[in-house]
Design a protein around this ligand. Structure first.
Ligand SMILES: Cc1cc2nc3c(=O)[nH]c(=O)nc-3n(C[C@H](O)[C@H](O)[C@H](O)COP(=O)(O)O)c2cc1C
Length: 373
Protein backbone atom coordinates (compact mmCIF):
# COMPACT_ATOMS: atom_id res chain seq x y z
CA UNK A 1 0.00 0.00 0.00
CA UNK A 2 1.29 3.48 -0.86
CA UNK A 3 1.04 5.53 2.32
CA UNK A 4 1.22 9.33 1.97
CA UNK A 5 3.95 10.99 4.02
CA UNK A 6 2.65 12.68 7.19
CA UNK A 7 4.56 15.77 5.98
CA UNK A 8 1.60 16.44 3.68
CA UNK A 9 -0.37 17.15 6.88
CA UNK A 10 1.90 20.10 7.77
CA UNK A 11 1.00 23.50 6.32
CA UNK A 12 3.31 24.60 3.53
CA UNK A 13 5.30 27.41 5.18
CA UNK A 14 8.84 28.18 4.05
CA UNK A 15 9.95 27.71 7.66
CA UNK A 16 8.12 25.16 9.80
CA UNK A 17 7.62 26.57 13.29
CA UNK A 18 7.72 24.51 16.45
CA UNK A 19 7.86 25.17 20.18
CA UNK A 20 10.25 23.15 22.32
CA UNK A 21 8.08 22.71 25.42
CA UNK A 22 9.61 23.23 28.87
CA UNK A 23 8.68 19.70 29.98
CA UNK A 24 11.39 19.49 32.61
CA UNK A 25 12.19 21.66 35.62
CA UNK A 26 14.32 24.55 34.31
CA UNK A 27 13.75 23.66 30.66
CA UNK A 28 17.02 24.30 28.83
CA UNK A 29 18.83 26.62 31.20
CA UNK A 30 20.56 25.69 34.47
CA UNK A 31 20.04 29.23 35.74
CA UNK A 32 18.11 30.57 38.73
CA UNK A 33 17.31 33.96 37.13
CA UNK A 34 13.64 34.77 37.81
CA UNK A 35 11.05 33.44 35.34
CA UNK A 36 7.58 31.94 35.09
CA UNK A 37 8.67 28.77 33.24
CA UNK A 38 7.34 25.64 34.87
CA UNK A 39 7.20 21.91 34.15
CA UNK A 40 3.59 21.62 35.44
CA UNK A 41 0.92 20.35 33.08
CA UNK A 42 -1.05 23.58 33.47
CA UNK A 43 1.90 25.62 32.25
CA UNK A 44 2.65 23.21 29.41
CA UNK A 45 -1.01 23.33 28.35
CA UNK A 46 -0.93 27.15 28.39
CA UNK A 47 2.19 27.21 26.22
CA UNK A 48 0.66 24.73 23.78
CA UNK A 49 -2.66 26.58 23.57
CA UNK A 50 -0.87 29.88 23.01
CA UNK A 51 1.39 28.33 20.34
CA UNK A 52 -1.68 26.96 18.56
CA UNK A 53 -3.41 30.38 18.64
CA UNK A 54 -0.28 31.95 17.19
CA UNK A 55 -0.27 29.44 14.33
CA UNK A 56 2.74 27.32 15.32
CA UNK A 57 2.89 24.02 13.45
CA UNK A 58 4.04 21.78 16.28
CA UNK A 59 5.04 21.42 19.90
CA UNK A 60 7.65 18.99 21.11
CA UNK A 61 8.23 17.27 24.45
CA UNK A 62 11.58 15.74 25.31
CA UNK A 63 12.05 12.82 27.72
CA UNK A 64 14.89 11.97 30.03
CA UNK A 65 15.15 9.61 32.98
CA UNK A 66 17.00 11.27 35.82
CA UNK A 67 17.62 10.30 39.40
CA UNK A 68 16.68 12.14 42.58
CA UNK A 69 17.54 15.82 42.25
CA UNK A 70 17.80 15.69 38.45
CA UNK A 71 21.04 17.35 37.36
CA UNK A 72 21.30 18.69 40.91
CA UNK A 73 22.11 22.16 42.16
CA UNK A 74 19.85 24.53 44.02
CA UNK A 75 17.17 24.18 41.35
CA UNK A 76 17.18 20.36 41.05
CA UNK A 77 17.59 21.02 37.38
CA UNK A 78 15.29 18.87 35.23
CA UNK A 79 14.16 16.69 38.16
CA UNK A 80 10.42 17.02 37.54
CA UNK A 81 8.75 16.03 34.30
CA UNK A 82 5.25 14.87 33.46
CA UNK A 83 5.75 12.02 31.02
CA UNK A 84 5.42 13.60 27.57
CA UNK A 85 3.35 10.81 25.96
CA UNK A 86 0.80 11.11 28.77
CA UNK A 87 0.96 14.92 28.51
CA UNK A 88 0.34 14.71 24.76
CA UNK A 89 -2.68 12.45 25.26
CA UNK A 90 -4.17 15.19 27.44
CA UNK A 91 -3.05 18.00 25.12
CA UNK A 92 -4.65 16.34 22.14
CA UNK A 93 -8.07 16.87 23.75
CA UNK A 94 -7.30 20.52 24.48
CA UNK A 95 -6.10 21.44 20.98
CA UNK A 96 -7.40 21.22 17.43
CA UNK A 97 -4.70 21.88 14.86
CA UNK A 98 -1.22 21.79 16.32
CA UNK A 99 0.95 18.68 15.85
CA UNK A 100 2.04 17.07 19.13
CA UNK A 101 5.35 15.25 19.20
CA UNK A 102 6.84 13.44 22.15
CA UNK A 103 9.98 11.48 22.78
CA UNK A 104 10.02 7.77 23.57
CA UNK A 105 13.15 5.75 24.42
CA UNK A 106 12.21 2.73 22.39
CA UNK A 107 14.99 0.46 23.70
CA UNK A 108 13.92 0.67 27.35
CA UNK A 109 11.98 -2.58 27.47
CA UNK A 110 9.15 -1.70 25.07
CA UNK A 111 7.74 -4.13 22.54
CA UNK A 112 6.94 -2.47 19.19
CA UNK A 113 3.35 -3.73 19.49
CA UNK A 114 2.85 -1.65 22.66
CA UNK A 115 4.03 1.53 21.03
CA UNK A 116 2.21 0.83 17.77
CA UNK A 117 -1.02 0.42 19.77
CA UNK A 118 -0.40 3.58 21.82
CA UNK A 119 0.49 5.45 18.62
CA UNK A 120 -2.73 4.34 16.93
CA UNK A 121 -4.66 5.50 20.00
CA UNK A 122 -2.86 8.86 20.05
CA UNK A 123 -3.47 9.28 16.34
CA UNK A 124 -7.16 8.52 16.85
CA UNK A 125 -7.56 10.93 19.80
CA UNK A 126 -5.62 13.73 18.10
CA UNK A 127 -7.04 13.18 14.59
CA UNK A 128 -3.68 12.57 12.93
CA UNK A 129 -1.65 15.12 14.89
CA UNK A 130 0.64 12.85 16.88
CA UNK A 131 4.30 12.13 16.30
CA UNK A 132 6.96 10.13 18.06
CA UNK A 133 10.55 11.28 18.49
CA UNK A 134 12.30 7.94 18.40
CA UNK A 135 15.35 8.02 20.63
CA UNK A 136 17.66 5.17 21.55
CA UNK A 137 18.93 6.68 24.82
CA UNK A 138 22.56 7.56 25.38
CA UNK A 139 22.85 7.52 29.17
CA UNK A 140 24.14 4.32 30.78
CA UNK A 141 22.30 5.36 33.98
CA UNK A 142 18.98 5.26 32.13
CA UNK A 143 19.57 1.74 30.83
CA UNK A 144 20.42 0.61 34.35
CA UNK A 145 17.19 2.12 35.71
CA UNK A 146 15.39 -0.35 33.47
CA UNK A 147 17.57 -3.26 34.57
CA UNK A 148 19.40 -3.26 31.23
CA UNK A 149 23.05 -2.99 30.24
CA UNK A 150 23.98 0.00 28.05
CA UNK A 151 24.13 -0.81 24.32
CA UNK A 152 26.94 0.19 21.97
CA UNK A 153 26.17 3.38 20.02
CA UNK A 154 25.74 2.13 16.43
CA UNK A 155 24.10 -1.11 17.54
CA UNK A 156 21.34 0.96 19.14
CA UNK A 157 20.37 2.18 15.68
CA UNK A 158 20.39 -1.38 14.24
CA UNK A 159 17.87 -2.23 16.95
CA UNK A 160 15.90 0.98 16.36
CA UNK A 161 15.62 0.07 12.67
CA UNK A 162 14.01 -3.28 13.46
CA UNK A 163 11.74 -1.80 16.12
CA UNK A 164 10.52 0.95 13.79
CA UNK A 165 10.03 -1.44 10.88
CA UNK A 166 7.70 -3.60 13.00
CA UNK A 167 5.81 -0.55 14.22
CA UNK A 168 5.39 0.83 10.68
CA UNK A 169 4.13 -2.53 9.42
CA UNK A 170 1.63 -2.82 12.27
CA UNK A 171 0.35 0.66 11.48
CA UNK A 172 0.05 0.19 7.75
CA UNK A 173 -0.67 -3.45 6.86
CA UNK A 174 -4.13 -4.97 6.77
CA UNK A 175 -3.05 -8.49 7.67
CA UNK A 176 -1.88 -9.95 10.95
CA UNK A 177 1.88 -9.62 11.32
CA UNK A 178 4.25 -12.47 12.10
CA UNK A 179 7.82 -11.23 12.37
CA UNK A 180 10.87 -13.18 13.45
CA UNK A 181 13.44 -10.46 14.05
CA UNK A 182 16.86 -10.47 15.68
CA UNK A 183 15.59 -8.50 18.65
CA UNK A 184 11.80 -8.67 18.60
CA UNK A 185 9.38 -11.35 17.53
CA UNK A 186 5.67 -11.30 17.10
CA UNK A 187 3.10 -13.85 15.99
CA UNK A 188 -0.18 -12.81 14.39
CA UNK A 189 -0.11 -9.29 15.83
CA UNK A 190 -2.83 -6.97 14.61
CA UNK A 191 -3.95 -3.41 15.26
CA UNK A 192 -7.49 -2.12 15.11
CA UNK A 193 -8.01 0.74 14.82
CA UNK A 194 -5.07 1.65 12.65
CA UNK A 195 -3.87 5.24 12.64
CA UNK A 196 -6.40 7.13 10.52
CA UNK A 197 -3.82 8.09 7.94
CA UNK A 198 -1.83 4.90 8.40
CA UNK A 199 1.21 6.53 9.94
CA UNK A 200 1.93 9.03 12.71
CA UNK A 201 4.84 11.47 12.27
CA UNK A 202 8.21 9.82 12.84
CA UNK A 203 10.90 12.09 14.24
CA UNK A 204 14.53 11.59 15.18
CA UNK A 205 17.39 13.76 16.43
CA UNK A 206 20.50 11.83 15.47
CA UNK A 207 23.82 13.31 14.33
CA UNK A 208 26.06 10.28 13.89
CA UNK A 209 26.49 8.29 10.68
CA UNK A 210 24.48 5.35 12.03
CA UNK A 211 21.82 7.65 13.47
CA UNK A 212 21.39 9.62 10.27
CA UNK A 213 21.11 6.44 8.18
CA UNK A 214 18.28 5.38 10.49
CA UNK A 215 16.65 8.82 10.33
CA UNK A 216 16.90 9.03 6.54
CA UNK A 217 15.22 5.64 6.23
CA UNK A 218 12.37 6.17 8.70
CA UNK A 219 11.91 9.76 9.90
CA UNK A 220 9.81 12.61 8.53
CA UNK A 221 11.30 15.34 10.69
CA UNK A 222 14.94 15.35 11.73
CA UNK A 223 16.10 17.62 14.54
CA UNK A 224 19.58 18.83 13.75
CA UNK A 225 22.26 20.44 15.88
CA UNK A 226 24.88 23.01 14.97
CA UNK A 227 28.31 21.36 14.78
CA UNK A 228 29.86 24.81 15.32
CA UNK A 229 28.23 25.72 18.63
CA UNK A 230 25.58 28.32 19.38
CA UNK A 231 26.95 31.36 17.53
CA UNK A 232 24.48 31.89 14.66
CA UNK A 233 27.13 33.10 12.21
CA UNK A 234 29.32 30.04 12.73
CA UNK A 235 26.26 27.77 12.81
CA UNK A 236 25.00 29.07 9.47
CA UNK A 237 28.41 28.41 7.91
CA UNK A 238 28.39 24.81 9.16
CA UNK A 239 24.73 23.91 8.63
CA UNK A 240 24.48 23.73 4.80
CA UNK A 241 26.74 20.65 4.82
CA UNK A 242 24.61 19.03 7.56
CA UNK A 243 21.36 19.69 5.73
CA UNK A 244 22.71 18.55 2.36
CA UNK A 245 24.04 15.33 3.86
CA UNK A 246 20.66 14.50 5.41
CA UNK A 247 18.66 15.32 2.27
CA UNK A 248 21.07 13.27 0.13
CA UNK A 249 20.79 10.31 2.50
CA UNK A 250 17.00 10.50 2.48
CA UNK A 251 17.09 10.73 -1.32
CA UNK A 252 18.97 7.43 -1.36
CA UNK A 253 15.86 5.85 0.21
CA UNK A 254 13.54 7.80 -2.13
CA UNK A 255 12.23 9.79 0.81
CA UNK A 256 11.63 13.43 1.70
CA UNK A 257 12.46 14.76 5.13
CA UNK A 258 12.36 18.12 6.85
CA UNK A 259 15.26 19.28 9.02
CA UNK A 260 14.52 21.40 12.08
CA UNK A 261 16.88 23.21 14.42
CA UNK A 262 16.10 24.50 17.90
CA UNK A 263 17.27 28.08 18.47
CA UNK A 264 17.10 29.67 21.90
CA UNK A 265 15.41 33.01 21.23
CA UNK A 266 16.00 36.03 23.47
CA UNK A 267 14.11 38.87 21.84
CA UNK A 268 13.80 42.40 23.24
CA UNK A 269 12.96 45.84 21.80
CA UNK A 270 16.63 46.82 21.69
CA UNK A 271 19.84 44.85 21.22
CA UNK A 272 21.10 46.17 24.57
CA UNK A 273 18.08 44.83 26.44
CA UNK A 274 18.38 41.45 24.73
CA UNK A 275 22.07 41.21 25.62
CA UNK A 276 21.27 42.19 29.21
CA UNK A 277 18.66 39.40 29.39
CA UNK A 278 21.29 36.98 28.06
CA UNK A 279 23.81 38.12 30.69
CA UNK A 280 21.23 37.80 33.49
CA UNK A 281 20.76 34.11 32.67
CA UNK A 282 24.53 33.57 32.76
CA UNK A 283 25.09 35.59 35.94
CA UNK A 284 22.54 33.42 37.74
CA UNK A 285 24.03 30.12 36.62
CA UNK A 286 23.37 27.21 38.99
CA UNK A 287 26.96 26.00 38.98
CA UNK A 288 26.42 22.46 40.24
CA UNK A 289 23.52 21.85 37.83
CA UNK A 290 25.48 23.36 34.93
CA UNK A 291 28.56 21.23 35.69
CA UNK A 292 26.50 18.03 35.78
CA UNK A 293 24.52 18.98 32.68
CA UNK A 294 27.64 19.70 30.62
CA UNK A 295 29.45 16.60 31.90
CA UNK A 296 26.64 14.34 30.67
CA UNK A 297 27.12 15.48 27.10
CA UNK A 298 30.88 15.83 27.10
CA UNK A 299 31.48 12.34 28.48
CA UNK A 300 28.72 10.52 26.57
CA UNK A 301 28.93 8.72 23.22
CA UNK A 302 26.59 11.01 21.32
CA UNK A 303 27.81 13.06 18.39
CA UNK A 304 25.45 16.03 18.78
CA UNK A 305 26.28 19.22 20.70
CA UNK A 306 30.07 18.75 20.60
CA UNK A 307 30.74 22.34 19.54
CA UNK A 308 28.97 24.07 22.44
CA UNK A 309 30.93 25.86 25.17
CA UNK A 310 30.08 25.64 28.87
CA UNK A 311 28.52 29.15 28.86
CA UNK A 312 26.42 28.17 25.85
CA UNK A 313 25.11 25.19 27.83
CA UNK A 314 23.97 27.53 30.62
CA UNK A 315 21.79 29.43 28.14
CA UNK A 316 20.80 26.08 26.64
CA UNK A 317 19.34 25.15 23.28
CA UNK A 318 21.15 24.99 20.03
CA UNK A 319 21.75 28.27 18.18
CA UNK A 320 21.46 31.41 20.31
CA UNK A 321 19.48 34.21 18.70
CA UNK A 322 19.73 37.31 20.89
CA UNK A 323 18.48 40.64 19.59
CA UNK A 324 15.62 42.71 18.27
CA UNK A 325 12.66 41.20 16.39
CA UNK A 326 14.28 42.30 13.11
CA UNK A 327 17.53 40.55 14.00
CA UNK A 328 15.77 37.36 15.06
CA UNK A 329 13.94 37.21 11.73
CA UNK A 330 17.12 37.95 9.82
CA UNK A 331 18.75 34.95 11.55
CA UNK A 332 15.74 32.78 10.79
CA UNK A 333 16.21 33.72 7.12
CA UNK A 334 19.89 32.74 7.33
CA UNK A 335 18.96 29.40 8.89
CA UNK A 336 16.49 28.88 6.06
CA UNK A 337 19.19 29.80 3.51
CA UNK A 338 21.48 27.29 5.25
CA UNK A 339 18.97 24.59 4.32
CA UNK A 340 17.00 24.28 7.58
CA UNK A 341 13.33 23.58 6.88
CA UNK A 342 12.17 24.63 10.31
CA UNK A 343 12.93 26.14 13.67
CA UNK A 344 11.73 24.80 16.96
CA UNK A 345 12.22 27.68 19.35
CA UNK A 346 12.94 27.53 23.03
CA UNK A 347 12.81 30.39 25.50
CA UNK A 348 13.98 31.22 29.00
CA UNK A 349 10.69 32.66 30.33
CA UNK A 350 8.23 30.81 28.15
CA UNK A 351 4.81 32.50 28.36
CA UNK A 352 5.99 36.15 28.28
CA UNK A 353 8.63 35.34 25.66
CA UNK A 354 6.02 33.56 23.57
CA UNK A 355 3.82 36.67 23.72
CA UNK A 356 6.67 38.86 22.49
CA UNK A 357 7.35 36.33 19.76
CA UNK A 358 3.72 36.37 18.62
CA UNK A 359 3.40 40.14 18.71
CA UNK A 360 6.78 41.24 17.36
CA UNK A 361 8.49 38.39 15.54
CA UNK A 362 5.74 36.47 13.74
CA UNK A 363 4.46 39.48 11.71
CA UNK A 364 8.02 40.06 10.49
CA UNK A 365 8.39 36.38 9.61
CA UNK A 366 5.29 36.74 7.43
CA UNK A 367 6.67 39.90 5.83
CA UNK A 368 9.92 38.07 5.11
CA UNK A 369 8.02 35.22 3.42
CA UNK A 370 9.12 32.68 6.04
CA UNK A 371 5.51 32.12 7.13
CA UNK A 372 2.42 32.35 4.94
CA UNK A 373 0.16 35.40 5.49
C1 LIG B 1 16.44 18.69 19.45
C2 LIG B 1 16.89 17.44 20.11
C3 LIG B 1 16.04 16.79 20.99
C4 LIG B 1 16.43 15.61 21.63
N1 LIG B 1 15.58 15.03 22.52
C5 LIG B 1 15.99 13.96 23.23
C6 LIG B 1 15.18 13.42 24.25
O1 LIG B 1 14.08 13.90 24.51
N2 LIG B 1 15.67 12.37 24.95
C7 LIG B 1 16.89 11.79 24.69
O2 LIG B 1 17.27 10.83 25.37
N3 LIG B 1 17.66 12.27 23.69
C8 LIG B 1 17.26 13.34 22.99
N4 LIG B 1 18.08 13.86 22.01
C9 LIG B 1 19.36 13.19 21.72
C10 LIG B 1 19.29 12.39 20.42
O3 LIG B 1 18.32 11.39 20.50
C11 LIG B 1 20.64 11.73 20.07
O4 LIG B 1 20.99 10.79 21.05
C12 LIG B 1 21.74 12.75 20.00
O5 LIG B 1 21.35 13.83 19.20
C13 LIG B 1 23.02 12.14 19.50
O6 LIG B 1 22.92 11.64 18.21
P1 LIG B 1 23.57 10.24 17.84
O7 LIG B 1 22.79 9.21 18.60
O8 LIG B 1 23.43 10.12 16.38
O9 LIG B 1 25.01 10.28 18.30
C14 LIG B 1 17.70 15.04 21.37
C15 LIG B 1 18.56 15.69 20.47
C16 LIG B 1 18.16 16.88 19.85
C17 LIG B 1 19.10 17.53 18.90
Amino acid sequence: MDIPSPLTRLPDHKLTLGLFLPMQEGAWSPSTAPRSTSWTFDYIAHCTGRAEELGFDLVFGLAQWLGKGGYGGEMHFREHEVDPIIANAALSSLTKSIVLINTVHILYAWHPLHLAKFGAAMDHISAGRWGINVVTGYKPSEYRMFGLEPIEHDHRYVMADEFTTIMERLWSEDDELTFDGKFWKTEKAFLAPKPGQRRPFLVNAASSGAGLEYAAKHSDLIFITSPAGADPVKACEALPAVNTRIKDLAGKYGRQVKTIINPHVICRATEREAEQAYRTILENEDTVAADNFVRTFVTGDTVSWRGHSRAQWVIGGNVHLVGTPEQIVEWFAWLSDAGCDGVQVNFFDYLPDLDVFGREVLPLMRQAGLRNP
